[in-house]
Design a protein around this ligand. Structure first.
Ligand code: ZN
Length: 65
Protein backbone atom coordinates (compact mmCIF):
# COMPACT_ATOMS: atom_id res chain seq x y z
CA UNK A 1 0.00 0.00 0.00
CA UNK A 2 1.33 3.35 -1.04
CA UNK A 3 1.42 5.96 1.67
CA UNK A 4 0.92 9.58 0.87
CA UNK A 5 3.98 11.62 1.62
CA UNK A 6 3.44 14.01 4.46
CA UNK A 7 3.32 17.65 3.61
CA UNK A 8 6.85 18.86 3.90
CA UNK A 9 7.24 22.28 5.53
CA UNK A 10 10.18 22.99 3.28
CA UNK A 11 9.77 23.52 -0.43
CA UNK A 12 11.62 21.21 -2.73
CA UNK A 13 12.47 22.41 -6.18
CA UNK A 14 12.89 20.06 -9.09
CA UNK A 15 14.06 16.55 -8.61
CA UNK A 16 16.35 15.82 -5.70
CA UNK A 17 17.15 19.42 -4.93
CA UNK A 18 16.16 21.52 -1.97
CA UNK A 19 16.33 25.29 -1.70
CA UNK A 20 18.59 26.42 1.10
CA UNK A 21 19.91 29.81 2.12
CA UNK A 22 23.31 30.58 0.57
CA UNK A 23 24.15 32.48 3.75
CA UNK A 24 23.20 30.20 6.62
CA UNK A 25 22.15 26.97 4.95
CA UNK A 26 18.66 26.96 6.41
CA UNK A 27 15.84 25.60 4.26
CA UNK A 28 14.02 28.47 2.59
CA UNK A 29 10.32 29.16 2.70
CA UNK A 30 8.34 29.74 -0.46
CA UNK A 31 6.23 32.87 -0.61
CA UNK A 32 3.95 34.50 -3.13
CA UNK A 33 5.20 37.90 -4.15
CA UNK A 34 2.99 40.87 -4.80
CA UNK A 35 3.44 40.62 -8.55
CA UNK A 36 2.18 37.06 -8.65
CA UNK A 37 5.58 35.42 -8.75
CA UNK A 38 7.00 33.19 -6.06
CA UNK A 39 10.14 33.68 -4.05
CA UNK A 40 12.19 31.86 -1.47
CA UNK A 41 13.01 33.74 1.69
CA UNK A 42 15.35 33.24 4.63
CA UNK A 43 14.03 34.76 7.85
CA UNK A 44 17.37 34.55 9.56
CA UNK A 45 19.27 36.49 6.92
CA UNK A 46 16.28 38.58 5.80
CA UNK A 47 17.01 37.91 2.18
CA UNK A 48 15.95 35.61 -0.57
CA UNK A 49 15.54 35.10 -4.28
CA UNK A 50 12.84 34.49 -6.84
CA UNK A 51 11.83 30.90 -7.38
CA UNK A 52 12.45 31.27 -11.10
CA UNK A 53 16.05 32.46 -10.75
CA UNK A 54 17.76 30.84 -7.79
CA UNK A 55 21.49 31.36 -7.32
CA UNK A 56 23.48 28.13 -7.77
CA UNK A 57 24.44 28.16 -4.09
CA UNK A 58 20.77 27.96 -3.11
CA UNK A 59 20.23 24.60 -4.78
CA UNK A 60 21.47 21.77 -2.64
CA UNK A 61 21.14 18.12 -3.58
CA UNK A 62 18.70 16.39 -1.30
CA UNK A 63 20.37 13.87 0.93
CA UNK A 64 19.47 10.35 0.04
CA UNK A 65 17.69 8.58 2.79
ZN1 ZN B 1 19.90 32.53 5.78
Amino acid sequence: MRQKIRDDPYPVSGRGYVHVCPGCGDPLELYDTRDGDQAYWCHRCQRGHRAGSPPPEALRPEQAS
